[in-house]
Design a protein around this ligand. Sequence first.
Ligand code: FES
Length: 176
Amino acid sequence: MTSSIPLRLRPVVTFPEKPVALSDAARREAKAIVARYPEKRAAILPVLWLYEREVGEINLAVEREVALLLDISPAQVREVTTFYTMFRRPGTGRHVVQVCHTVSCALRGAGRVVAAFREHLGIDPGETTPDGLFTLMKVECLGACEHAPCLQMDDVQVNDVTPEGVPGLIEEYRAK
Ligand code: FES
């Protein structure tokens, strides 16, 4: 689908944060994870993964709750959640498209692949489609430079991507 509205004129779409409603089992699991480490703060990544699995995203409420659990400040949690790009932030679409734009991929046409996603999804990198289905991102090397240009659709690596293949990828994931 091609948006007829120029990208720079489109309204910004925002999504509400999901509530933090952990099950009792998940709370027990979080405490068990923390207990495995000599210092609580060392458990931050596995605890965040657990919250992301349970809540569906890492939002401000999650960061506050994780800070309480680990006896650190929310700002210290934020330092971690903003450093790692793989965490799902509020407004992340059901499917995340991560197009590598590091040197090998850039030289072999990553820019044209990104342009094809922009055209067919009607969004810029860093944005989510209004229906909440796709988030488009440009990321650093995915470790498959010999198959440049490449990308990840959610957790699935896609190699040797062409701009012509982009519509088919979108339709495949739209149906998932
Ligand atoms: S430069 Fe794209 S995978 Fe390494």
